[in-house]
Ligand binder design. Structure first.
Ligand code: PA5
Length: 433
């Protein structure tokens, strides 16, 4: 059993159910590590970004967030994929389930779907509320984003007239794309997404940081966690680098015939983190007919649905259990004199403690059924540890894709969807006329 312990995080490999010949991976992992760290022409700017953050940039983001908090009830964030999921993942994980974070304003997202109903209801929801907008697109060309931006820009012009441009903030690559041109022509404020950081690796750039800060989350703590992770995961020896060990275990399980990885969480607020993780791994690895299919479950709810398949169905998957040891709040069962439901025996346990027992129960049951289990634990669900975790997954993902011999930083399949949809839209207009 190998249980790698760090103060912040641990990776428990005791239930993976396979033997990994680690020494076989020493040279390959070291080679990939050096490539990832040192070859500048690829989209690997995120590797050192947390170590090079400009205090001026972070101050500008915090000041803009503060301005929005003072002047708006709602920040509408327009974006999709990597220009949406990271910010939403952090926001959902670190703000209350009900109501707003202290100081935070309501941060809503649009442009990540093509639902007319969603758009209509969003516009209705803005009625009588003071609004700011942050449109985020690295390319500045993405169809869903640009359609929603057209609608919301129109809305802002009608509502705020000549002063509307003070309320629109554009986050895009500094030199390319229609969005940058529109921003310049209309004097919208801009934040830059570095050209050497791709969408799904951009959560710790202004693409993620402005919405996150506006929601009331401490981005300095988030970046501190990412920075510590960036230092920690610079270790090239696979035996001492948890991100690389996670990558190698995934790869070994893939080679043994497992086709799917399920990321299982125990807190519903982590659902968007799971989607961010799915995007990260699916777009980085799923190419050239290779890669594990990344999927996710939330326990305990999914134990009453997917749990059956995981326990007894086709043996195609392994589980990665993600658990935070400390969460912000807890609740105890009230004692009842008559104990009609016979639950008094649990009154000295909190909900979080019962959740942890359920985790131990499901781990034992799935392990007994032969499901390989990787266990990742973090000390606390807070901004610092979240930043640490995001960076861990990005480093692991890049290593994992290179082990598969695919490029972690392109997405030819997504581009294909964009081309086909554009073709169909153009054809439908020509046909109509
Ligand atoms: O990871 C990626 O690069 C993609 O998923 C993009 O984030 C997504 O397509 C949105 O692109 P853009 O930010 O250019 O609008």
């Amino acid at each position: 059993m190998v249980n790698r312990l760090l103060a912040n995080m641990s990776l428990d490999e005791s239930l993976i159910g396979i033997h990994v010949n680690w020494s076989m991976y020493f040279p390959t992992v070291a080679l990939i590590h050096r490539h990832l760290e040192n070859v500048p022409e690829q989209l690997n700017g995120w590797v050192d970004d947390p170590l090079q953050q400009s205090p001026k940039l972070i101050q500008a983001i915090n000041e803009t967030a503060h301005e929005i908090q003072l002047n708006a009830d709602v920040l509408v964030v327009v974006g999709i994929g990597g220009s949406y999921l990271g910010a939403k993942a952090v926001q959902d994980a670190l703000t209350p389930y009900f109501g707003l974070q202290e100081n935070g304003v309501e941060v809503l997202y649009v442009g990540h779907n093509l639902s007319g109903t969603y758009m209509k209801q969003l516009i209705n929801h803005l009625h009588n509320k003071e609004v700011y907008m942050n449109v985020i697109s690295k390319s500045g060309e993405t169809m869903e984003t640009m359609l929603a931006f057209r609608v919301l820009r129109n809305y802002m012009k009608n509502r705020y007239g000549n002063t509307h441009n003070n309320r629109i903030i554009v986050t895009t690559e500094s030199n390319n794309g229609s969005l940058k041109k529109i921003a310049d022509q209309n004097q919208y404020r801009t934040f830059a997404i570095p050209s050497n950081i791709g969408g799904r690796y951009s959560v710790l750039t202004p693409a993620g940081l402005l919405p996150i800060a506006t929601a009331g989350i401490d981005i300095n703590q988030l970046l501190e966690g990412a920075k510590d992770a960036a230092i920690h995961f610079k270790e090239e020896q696979v035996e001492r680098n948890m991100a690389y060990r996670y990558a190698v275990i995934r790869y070994e399980l893939y080679k043994k015939g497992y086709q799917m990885e399920l990321l299982a969480c125990f807190e519903p607020s982590l659902a968007k983190l799971q989607q961010w993780w799915q995007q990260l791994f699916a777009e980085s690895e799923g190419k050239e007919q290779k890669g594990l299919f990344p999927s996710s479950v939330c326990y305990s709810s999914d134990l009453h649905s997917m749990g059956q398949f995981i326990q007894d169905g086709s043996p195609i998957l392994f589980e990665t259990l993600l658990h935070f040891n400390e969460v912000d709040m807890d609740y105890f069962l009230p004692i009842e004199e008559r104990d009609e439901d016979a639950l008094n025996y649990l009154t000295d346990k909190s909900f979080n403690e019962i959740n942890t027992v359920a985790k131990e129960g499901v781990t034992a049951a799935h392990a007994d059924a032969g499901v390989p289990i990787i266990q990742i634990q973090l000390k606390k669900l807070d901004a610092y540890h979240f930043g640490f975790l995001l960076y861990f997954f990005m480093k692991a993902c890049a290593m994992s894709a290179y082990l598969l011999k695919v490029n972690p930083f392109d997405q030819p399949g997504v581009e294909q969807y964009k081309i086909k949809t554009l073709e169909l839209l153009i054809n439908s207009v020509i046909y109509k006329n």
